[in-house]
Every structure is written in C-alpha cells, then in structure tokens.
Design a protein. Structure first.
Length: 297
C-alpha cells in the first residue's frame, strides 16, 4: 500500500427484516464464514462484526438480527435493542431487502434508519427475479420512500456483485486510521463462533420442527496446541424438542456435531474435538436472567 494513500475506515451496518440474506451478504463481503445462515427467521441473534481490509480501506461490517415484529418475548425485545444500538454509531447503513419486494416488516425497519446517515438500498436476491428489468419500476417506488444514497441491485452469491458493492461502500468510508489489524476477520472470540456454528447446524438439520427458541451454550473451550477441545450444551424448552435434536439412535445429534466440527476446523485450520449435550430449560427465551447467562447482551 502506498504511503500517499490515506487510510479509510468505517462501521457499516447491515440491517433488514429476517431472511433477506444479511448473514450471507456479510460472509461474502468479509470473504469468510463468520455469521451463521439458515432459512429460519432469527438465526442471527447477536451483533456480529466482520472485518475486510482491501488496499487502503478497512470495512467494519456489523451484521444485526432481523428486526422482529411477530413475537413479544424477552428474546425478541433483546434482538430489537441490538438492532437499534448498532445503528447509533455506524458511518454507513446497508438496508437489505429482497429485489422486487417490500412489505410491512421492511417498512418498519426503514422507519428506524437514522435520517443523517448514508443509507444504501441493497436489493438482494436479484437472481430470484424472473426478469431483471422488472426491478426498475420497483426501484422508482423505493426512491419515493426515502432518498437513498445509492441503489445496489445484486445477488450476495455472485462475486462480481459483492466486489461492486465493496467499491460503492468504500467511497462513503471516512478517512481515518484502521481500527483492526490488516488480517483481522472478526472481533468475536473463537468460543463465540463455536457456539454460533453449532446453532447453525442445529437449525439447518432440524428444519421447521424445532422452535426458534433453542440455543447453544459453550460449557468449556480449551486450546491444546493445534487442538481445540469444546464442550457445548444445546438448550431447548421441552422434552419433545430434546428428542427432535437427538434423533433416532442419536443420529441427528451426531450429525450436528460432525458438521459443526468440520466447519470449525476449516475456519481455524486446526483440529477440533467437540462434545454436545442436550438439556431442557422451560421458558428460557422469556427470562431475562437466563438470556444474560446465555450471552445475550
């Protein structure tokens, strides 16, 4: 990097209703899987920071939970507080919607966005539209809702689209020193990422059978040279849910553990020994003390 090139660095919030592809977009922007994805609403429950340094620019992306409007549990109130606090200190907002779609949940998120910040409308899942030209009249309707700084129709699964979005965002980053080392990927600990990856496999492999209120708690995490030794508990609300997670002959729990271990070994380039248990804690998702003990801010 040339000494004459001033460093740019800024916080970029990724916001939107559940299931518009925010976590997939974050992983694509960072170039590494750090945020979990599944088709379940509320997969992302924490503010997750992903870091990408390109040339003189450092992007600090903040992936937020989808803003919740359906259930009024303590867990959902916590998720919505996380969204609002993330918007307070960012430099740029990526408002992610599905290309060609805009409903009441999207409108509720749009109403939260600060008036004084640059907001880029990211029309994701463009590849799901039958005809790309159909997006043009929709974009004109969106411009009437807010004077967006930029429109970015794209698909988070296309590398060229992701690179174009990075170039657009870079122009809006303030000139200031980087916040992290050049090779940093996230500010989250390996312990945190382990819990998230196990939770992703839990959601992906149980489909819609298991309620969103299941969670994962890391009981112990030790490093022994090139080995990570992890013990974790999957917390569910009912005995019937416990049976769903374990599966016949323990097969589903084994698969959850095996897929999580493989992902973590790829992420860290190290061997992982992972032990999983399942416990029933009735009502934990509506109990503030339980939420705090399970790591919800």
């Amino acid at each position: 990097m040339s000494d004459e090139t001033p460093q740019r660095c800024g916080l970029v919030a990724i916001v939107g209703r559940p299931n518009v592809g925010k976590s997939t977009l974050l992983n694509a922007l960072v170039g590494q899987k750090i945020s979990i994805t599944s088709n379940k609403a509320q997969t992302t429950r924490h503010r997750i920071t992903g870091i990408r340094t390109l040339g003189a620019a450092q992007f600090v992306f903040v992936d937020t939970p989808g803003f919740q409007v359906k259930h009024a549990t303590a867990l959902n109130r916590n998720l919505n507080r996380t969204v609002l606090s993330s918007l307070a200190d960012v430099d740029v907002v990526l408002f992610v919607v599905e290309a060609g779609r805009f409903g009441a949940p999207d409108a509720k998120v749009l109403a939260l966005l600060p008036a004084e910040k640059p907001v880029l409308l990211v029309a994701n899942k463009l590849d799901h539209l039958a005809r790309r030209q159909d997006v043009l009249p929709w974009l004109q309707q969106m411009q009437a809702r807010r004077a967006f700084t930029e429109f970015v129709p794209m698909s988070a699964t296309r590398d060229a689209d992701v690179e174009r979005l990075l170039t657009i965002v870079e122009a809006h980053l303030p000139q200031q020193p980087w916040l992290y080392e050049e090779d940093a990927l996230t500010d989250r600990s390996e312990r945190f990422l382990a819990g998230e990856i196990v939770r992703e496999k839990l959601f992906r492999l149980t489909g819609d059978e298991l309620p969103y209120s299941a969670t994962v708690v890391i009981d112990s995490f030790t490093e022994e040279g090139e080995l990570r030794r992890i013990a974790a508990t999957i917390v569910v609300e009912r005995d019937a849910h416990k049976g769903m997670v374990i599966g016949e002959g323990g097969e589903r729990l084994k698969r959850i553990g095996s897929e999580a271990r493989q992902d973590l070994e790829r992420l860290w380039g190290a061997k992982v020994f992972l032990e999983l248990w399942v416990k029933v804690r009735s009502g934990w998702a509506d109990d503030e003390a339980h939420l705090r003990s399970y790591g919800y801010e």
